[in-house]
Design a protein around this ligand. Structure first.
Ligand SMILES: Cc1ncc(COP(=O)(O)O)c(C=O)c1O
Length: 362
């Protein structure tokens, strides 16, 4: 289904009262509290209806809705950052929207237009500007999602879809300094295969990852390091992050094989590394190559990239009972430089030379 341009102005129903007094800005938990307003748009009879912003609240659901049985659903995860009392920066909304539409295409969900998306984000941020936390490292998390909402128990493409955008203030990811994460390769599980849904941000991918993630946690590891499904050898990604390896002066990032989620932070990291004169290689990288590089001393840094943590240093990798340690329990210099540059651009402290930031005047 192709992009349906609505271009209809968004109808706004302001909340009668604000729940902002319930928020403890000094102790924000990820994804527990939601802004006063949400965006809603329904697709039926072959077209998207009128876009609306209304008070955040429960929605009507029917037990037979397609999404509960057949899982036709996509989502995005992005952030907005407090710059000053007049400006809130949204990071790379065009890239997030493009990926949202790519996910929709893979899942047979009708696409949405960018104009409505960006004007919904602007309106939500303006209406709920007091919800955007202001202290260092905090942000407003934005969750756009679409699910199949036809009330029909049939394993086929739904005729009706519900599109929402909700927001949630989030605390600083690194309150007590960077904590390097530990990774383990999964025993007998795979995340995705080429031709499957791995490169789409669709809900079922996450549901399928919970059991291996729980097994990794039981073994004492923070997250799963996913390997390719065919040979169980080539590195793909981690939990909700892409992964990067600094081998001597070369930044090696697993290539997008069709089963890896194309991260927006991943794209940001490789663009900056190239700009800074590093060799940047997007290619297959095997777990044996990483262990070998660790043994011969050429593996300088390993880190994940994603919207939640921006950059997440990796301190330990376990594979088939063998372990390698990376770094000295702190974030590496290169990863730290990336973290400082990306967050500097997001919070408006560093000039946005790439046009990555969409500034909302509030
Ligand atoms: C499976 C997976 N990989 C990678 C990422 C990182 O993507 P991004 O940098 O766009 O947040 C995410 C988070 O969205 C994810 O869920």
């Amino acid at each position: 289904m192709s992009e349906t341009l609505t271009k209809t102005p968004i109808k706004i129903e302001p909340a009668a009262y604000s729940r902002i007094s319930e928020v403890d800005f000094s102790n924000l938990q990820f994804g527990r509290l939601f802004g006063d307003h949400m965006f809603e748009m329904i697709f039926e009879n072959g077209a998207w209806g009128d876009p609306e912003i209304k008070p955040y609240g429960t929605i009507d659901i029917a037990p037979a809705m397609n999404v509960f049985h057949y899982g036709q659903a996509v989502f995005e995860g992005m952030k907005a950052f407090y710059v000053d009392e007049k400006t809130i920066n949204i990071f790379r909304p065009d890239e997030h929207h493009a990926r949202f539409n790519r996910s929709c295409r893979r899942m047979c969900i009708p696409e949405t237009d960018y104009e409505t998306f960006i004007s919904a984000l602007e309106s939500l941020i303006k209406l709920d500007k007091k919800w955007v936390p202001q202290s260092a490292g905090t942000a407003m998390y934005i969750r756009p999602f679409i699910f199949a909402s036809e009330d029909y128990l049939a394993a086929r493409i739904s005729d009706r879809y519900s599109y929402y955008i909700i927001t949630s203030p989030v605390g600083a990811y690194y309150k007590e300094g960077f904590n390097p994460v530990s990774l383990t390769t999964p025993d007998g599980f795979v995340r995705a295969v080429k031709g499957g849904t791995g490169e789409a941000k669709t809900s079922g991918n996450y549901a399928a990852s919970f059991l291996p993630a729980r097994k990794a946690a039981e073994k004492g590891y923070t997250q799963v390091l996913w390997l390719d499904a065919h040979q169980n050898e080539f590195i793909e990604e981690v939990g909700t992050m892409n992964i990067h390896f600094l081998i001597n002066d070369t930044l090696v990032t697993p290539e997008l094989t069709g089963s890896v989620l194309p991260g927006i932070t991943r794209k940001t990291v490789t663009a900056l590394a190239e700009e800074w004169g590093y060799n940047v290689e997007e290619r297959k990288i095997s777990i044996s190559e990483v262990f070998e590089a660790s043994k011969n001393g050429t593996l300088k840094e390993v880190f994940g990239s994603g919207t939640a943590a921006v950059i997440s240093p990796v301190g330990l990798i376990e594979h088939n009972g063998e372990k390698i340690e990376i770094g000295t329990g702190k974030i590496g210099d290169f990863a730290k430089r990336l973290f400082d540059e990306i967050t500097g651009i997001q919070y408006g402290r560093i000039e946005d030379r790439h046009g990555w930031v969409h500034a909302v005047k509030v």
